[in-house]
Design a protein around this ligand. Structure first.
Ligand code: ADP
Ligand code: MG
Length: 388
């Protein structure tokens, strides 16, 4: 991939580029906890986005997307968001870096990658982080990784129109090969946890459905959490979010909250606890325990938080019954997308066959399988000159 991007750049622009990379990400566990300042447990994957970049001595930025086979240019002093277009992510990062005081001059750029778009691996976050990393490297800005992640998040808000948390960009920037990041969404800091799966492998199953409920449900869930915090604050002075409620107090919380709010709060409180338990399980190599936590997370997201759907429930529950599967759960916001599965490597072929047959029979859809390995975070790759 590196060579292809560099070659494409050289044939397009006839100069030697600097190459940057940023990966996609998975989230092992900790779903819908970010907006209550809870904990999440993402990891970078090996799939990612490569960006080749070089100064062009002009006031214009000339872009080429290898995967879309499209060119796009914009003047540095006059550009605006172009929602739905890949170039909006470049303009977003440029705008935020400029706003932060970095002096950017004209550049040429080629973008390419191997993250299936919209599959749950967050190709857009990888793209933003790769772009930020490449610009920082080209101009010698040495922008801290955390700032690149924050600009990436802000760019999604302002230029792509997606109101996301910090997790995706953060994991793409800070990922470490073979490690997951126990990320505290209050302090925006993380602890690296070895994520070694031995004779097991992670594989995503893409349900290929996306129910339109997602946006409204997301807002409703956020509001439900905030309402619970308002009620609970009378009994827990000083709490800011549900993250501040200890797991031991679940029964007390049940007595304090109205029946319709309690299950939502329960998901938050138990899911945050599961993230910590999952961290402990991975540190001590207890994969069975880790798998059990994945199942519990799914059940909680489905039954208590009600952000799953028939297809995801079917995929997770079918997976649980297959030999060699330690755990499976829906990953991401819900109402579609992927399940994350921890499956014995030697059983993967059979796993795929069984899941495919069952899903096809029930829903008439052939799911996609995406094997994932935990890879490194964003970086400048060595300048490789094909002319040498
Ligand atoms: P995801 O869940 O994968 O992040 P999004 O809809 O948030 O899905 O982002 C996908 C968008 O990111 C694409 O429509 C495109 O604009 C941009 N993108 C992703 N991968 C690439 C790529 N390889 N080249 C150019 N643009 C890309
Ligand atoms: Mg995205």
């Amino acid at each position: 991939m590196q060579t292809t991007i560099t070659q494409t750049f050289q044939s397009h622009f006839s100069t030697v580029p600097l190459l940057a990379f940023a990966p996609g990400r998975i989230n092992l566990i900790g779903e819908h906890t970010d907006y209550q300042e809870g904990f999440v447990f993402p990891a970078a994957v090996e799939q990612g986005i490569w960006v080749a970049i070089q100064k062009n001595g002009l006031t214009v930025c000339r872009l080429y997307s290898l995967d879309f086979d499209q060119e796009f240019s914009f003047e540095l002093d006059a550009f605006s968001p172009k929602k739905g277009h890949w170039a909006t992510y470049v303009m977003g990062m440029v705008a935020l870096l400029q706003q932060a005081g970095y002096q950017i001059t004209g550049f040429d750029m080629v973008i390419g990658g191997n993250i299936p778009v919209g599959s749950g691996l967050s190709s857009s976050a990888a793209l933003s982080v790769a772009i930020g990393t490449s610009i920082s490297g080209l101009f010698g800005f040495q922008v801290p990784k955390k700032s690149i992640a924050l600009y990436g998040q802000k760019s999604e808000h302002l230029f792509a129109g997606v109101k996301c948390g910090i997790m995706d960009q953060y994991a793409s920037a800070f990922g470490v090969k073979g490690k997951a990041l126990l990320l505290d969404c209050r302090s925006n800091s993380h602890e690296e946890v070895p994520a070694e799966f031995g004779e097991y492998s992670l594989i995503l199953v893409n349900s290929k459905v996306k129910h339109s409920l997602a946006d409204t449900a997301y807002n409703k869930r956020r509001e439900a959490c905030e309402e619970s915090v308002r009620i609970l604050a009378k009994h827990y002075p000083g709490i800011k979010t549900l993250r501040d409620i200890p797991l031991e107090d679940l029964e007390k919380v049940e007595n304090l909250l109205p029946a319709e709010l309690y299950p939502k709060a329960k998901h938050l409180i138990t899911e945050i606890a599961r993230v910590h338990l999952a961290g402990k399980a991975l540190k001590s190599g207890e994969l069975q325990t880790f798998g059990t936590l994945l199942k519990a997370s799914h059940a909680s997201l489905s039954k208590d938080y009600e952000v799953s759907c028939e297809e995801l429930d079917f995929l997770a529950e079918t997976s649980w019954k297959i030999d060699g599967v330690l755990g499976s759960r829906m990953m991401g916001g819900g109402f579609g997308g992927c399940t994350l599965n921890l499956v014995k490597t030697s059983e993967i072929a059979i796993f795929e066959k069984k899941i495919e047959a069952a899903y096809l029979e029930k829903f008439g859809i052939i799911p996609d399988f995406i094997p994932v390995k935990i890879g490194s975070g964003s970086s400048i790759l060595e300048e490789i000159s094909l002319a040498d």
